[in-house]
Design a protein around this ligand. Sequence first.
Ligand SMILES: [Zn+2]
Length: 443
Amino acid sequence: MRNRLLVLVAYALLVGRGASAQTPVDSALAAYIDGIMAIDSHAHPMLPVAPGAPPDTEYDALPLDGVPAFPLQARLRPDNAEWRDAQRALYGVTSSDTGTAYRDALASAQRSVAQREGDRFPSWALDQARIDIMMANRIALGPGLAPPRFQWVAFDDALMLPLDTRAEAARTPDTRSLYPKESQLLRRYMRDLHIATLPRSLDAYVARIVVPTLAKQKAGGAVSIKFEAAYLRPLDFDDPDPALARRVYARYAAGGTPTHAEYKALEDYLFRVIMREAWHHGMSVQIHCLETYGGFYDAAGSAPHLLEPALDDSTLRGTTVILIHGGWPLVGETQTLLAKPNVYADISAMTLILEPAELARVLRQWLGEWPDKVLFGTDAFDNSPTYGWAESALLGTKTARRALAMALTGMMRDGDITRARAEQLARMVMRDNAIAAYHLHLN
Ligand SMILES: [Zn+2]
């Protein structure tokens, strides 16, 4: 009997040890990472909207609602059970129903939390994910979305597109709906400056519209600007020919449609003007760099390496650039760009697309070389009625913390880093690197 007990104890110890050797995370380190109040490099939080009020339309310069239906990656689809977990955690929805019954239960639970929190809802959502500060990629902030919890990232692709974009828009069914949105946004920027028509020369356009718009964005609190150019054109912003850009602008400012080559020459020029103005104001620049979204999205055109001519332009070296979404899945290309002193990458969207173990592999690959260049981010966005930005923020943050714990545990167990260094790296990714990249002044 006694022998049998000893055997059982020995077996339990063995199994226990075996199990702990396979545990992908060190529990003390995981707890440490869970406690860090994060800075989210990139997200699209929504304004709290009272029942019956018009919907929020300022959450993105390029909302994809006009793009023909396209598939989402598996983890983003409504049937992923993790969305239900997030909804249970946030709103206490315990219904095991499916279909409309579940959607009704969810909607009513969401409504009661929205009513209870009012304009405090966005800050409440950050609290649930233990996010201290969220970079809010929006056309404008508003009630409930205000500093210090929400920092504004403004959109500036529209400034590259002053001429008739109909020929550009005709390229694909996706771009057909997207270019007119940029034209609308440029008209809004011009209205804000009380300018009704385009100046006749490129230099006047830059002086009277581009430069003042960035100045207004800075004055309005923007810490960064964002380019979503990959939805519109390839990221190959080549060395511009200023004389050609001036000729193209002057020829079409009053009407007519430029050829693609002419428009590209103008965009390549204006891209650098905008980058330089951002630098002048101490605003960093986010560039969307990801495999998708859209059924006609130009994946090859969004490869990180296409940005190299612009990133190697010595006159732009003062501009801090953040490759948003880490260039996924071309993370090796992204990694090579992190060698440039002004370039960072964030893991926004990767935190929603990738399982933690896969994200952990990317983090370990990057952190070994460029530990001070990697930023946490969620890309939290509203996919109502399936899930809202609060659920995205929660799931993205949970995924990031788990992946980071896995990557750092691996590095610690392999003897690459000490526990103290692991904790330091965790603070850098979740928070401190963003303070550097966005030049945040926190008290
Ligand atoms: Zn985004």
